[in-house]
Design a protein around this ligand. Structure first.
Ligand SMILES: C[S@@+](CC[C@H](N)C(=O)[O-])C[C@H]1O[C@@H](n2cnc3c(N)ncnc32)[C@H](O)[C@@H]1O
Length: 302
């Protein structure tokens, strides 16, 4: 199955069979657009108070604080929690979830995922480090994202360590020539450039993630022929990595712009990708980016 669905991901998830998906990667938008500001007031009795209360007494109110941060997280939790519960349900018994999130929210999300999966099912926190864009000199410039990795069963999960691309040792002189030539398995800190605004990989979708990051995830945690699910698909990076590595995919997004981007991106796969709720053909007649699916491109951008 290579399928792209246009719509809200929650009903789509609810239709999927339990224990059916080997690998899920998601990169949800943190800002749900429903940020609220809740006012915190204190009330004291005062002759000239602006409010009238019990037995006609007058009270003065003063603003203590607004709690927009907490509230925005409450909103995000209400949005993401049912989707994460569905993700847990649909994962195969030996399946893995990669949850890509902003460093400011990662700690709250870890607590939420611990409650859904169980703390013992937490496998890793991957730090994706990059070095791009403006930098402050008022604190340490923040140049990383977090990817929380959970498995459904800590005793039985897929991790193809021998297939993962290897990295040079930092001190090759300390490990001997044979090991130095082979390189090492990457640690949980991944240095990788962002999608270059001028590079060939760029689709124009604002939150597009690098193929190199997805290729590593798909290689490590799935087998050829497996279905990889991304229900916040955006530009379809997960599908592009999955297809190039011989996996199938199921992608969901509720933004028209994302579907247009995926239609163009998957044009090179022709009729092998099914679109539901969206006609890709008008956007595929003029697809200028079929090269995005070439496996050789997956090797670049490191
Ligand atoms: C950060 S972007 C994902 C980017 C993607 N990883 C890539 O490489 O292009 C998050 C995506 O989630 C989608 N989204 C947000 N809420 C959704 C929902 N309820 N159902 C489906 N998609 C949703 C947005 O339209 C957006 O494209």
């Amino acid at each position: 199955m290579r399928k792209v669905v246009f719509g809200d991901n929650l009903p789509v998830l609810r239709q999927l069979a339990s224990d059916s998906i080997p690998l899920i990667y998601i990169d949800p938008p943190f800002n749900t657009g429903k940020v609220q500001k809740r006012l915190h007031l204190t009330t004291t009795r005062a002759e000239d108070g602006d409010r009238v209360g019990f037995k006609g007494e007058r009270y003065k109110t003063a603003l203590l604080a607004t709690r927009s941060f907490v509230d925005s997280f409450d909103d995000f939790t209400a949005f993401i929690e049912p989707r994460l519960r569905e993700a847990h349900r649909v994962l195969k018994p030996n399946g893995t979830l990669y949850f890509h999130i902003d460093y400011r929210e990662a700690h709250y999300c870890k607590v939420l995922l611990d409650t859904i999966f169980g703390r013992e099912c937490f496998l890793n926190e991957i730090i994706w480090a990059y070095d791009y864009g403006a930098r402050t000199n008022k604190r340490w410039p923040a140049k990383h994202d977090n990817i929380l990795v959970y498995v459904k069963d800590p005793q039985n999960y897929v991790f193809n360590s021998s297939e993962i691309d290897r990295e040079p040792y930092m001190a090759p002189g300390l490990v001997g020539p044979e090991k130095a030539a082979r390189g090492k398995l990457p640690t949980d800190v991944w240095w990788h450039t962002i999608v270059s605004p001028t590079g060939k990989e760029k689709t124009g979708y604002p939150t597009q993630k690098p193929l190199g990051i997805l290729r590593r995830i798909v290689t490590a945690s799935s087998h050829a022929g497996d279905v990889v699910l991304d229900f916040f698909a955006g530009s379809g990076t997960t599908g592009a990595a999955a297809a190039a590595l011989g996996r199938d995919f199921l992608l969901v997004d509720n933004q028209h712009e994302a579907l247009v981007t995926m239609a163009k991106r998957f044009a090179a796969l022709g009729g092998h990708v099914e679109f539901e709720g969206f006609d890709p053909r008008p956007y595929q007649l003029d697809a200028r980016q079929p090269a995005l699916l070439q496996p050789s491109l997956l090797e670049s951008g490191e």
